[in-house]
Design a protein around this ligand. Structure first.
Ligand code: HEM
Length: 125
């Protein structure tokens, strides 16, 4: 299980980095044709977060963290899919910042779960 956690963590870091780079390109009005790629990778990242949350449940990390990770994944996808229609005009910047912060928190959750699973005494090989 330890090696699976390491693989998930590293793939998640890579995906998170690519998502942020693509996101900042969109923010600076570039590469809009890559939005569907960003969305697909974003969903992939969330699936990875859910797998990590499941492993966290098995490794008996704090149940609160596991539940938050599952629900946060739903929020990341739900918000990402619908943000285009929220607050049109200048106020849309606030939605963009919110989406960025929600994404950053998802990356932090993956890290936190991974670190706790690695430290967990209940972790099996
Ligand atoms: C860890 C996950 C994610 C991170 C770190 C992330 C990051 C970003 C950033 C920094 C931006 C540019 C600023 C903004 O418009 O908010 C962006 C834009 C966007 N993201 Fe994400 N994102 C993530 C997941 C998702 C998911 C799961 C979806 C949809 C299923 C999604 C859909 C979009 C869309 C539609 C845009 C707007 C492009 C535009 O019209 O400017 N993102 N993302």
């Amino acid at each position: 299980m330890r090696s699976l956690v390491l693989v998930l963590l590293n793939v998640g870091r890579l995906l998170g980095l690519v998502l942020l780079i693509l996101g900042f390109l969109f923010w600076s009005h570039h590469s809009y044709s890559l939005v569907p790629v960003h969305m697909g990778l974003g969903v992939g990242f969330v699936v990875l977060l859910w797998i990590m949350a499941f492993l966290g449940m098995r490794a008996r990390v704090k149940p609160g963290l596991v539940v938050v990770a599952f629900l946060w994944g739903v929020l990341v996808i739900g918000f990402g899919m619908t943000m285009g229609t929220m607050l049109p005009g200048r106020a849309h910047e606030a939605i963009r910042v919110l989406h960025f912060l929600i994404g950053l928190a998802a990356i932090a959750l993956l890290e936190s779960l991974g670190a706790r699973i690695k430290r967990s005494p209940a972790m099996v090989r």
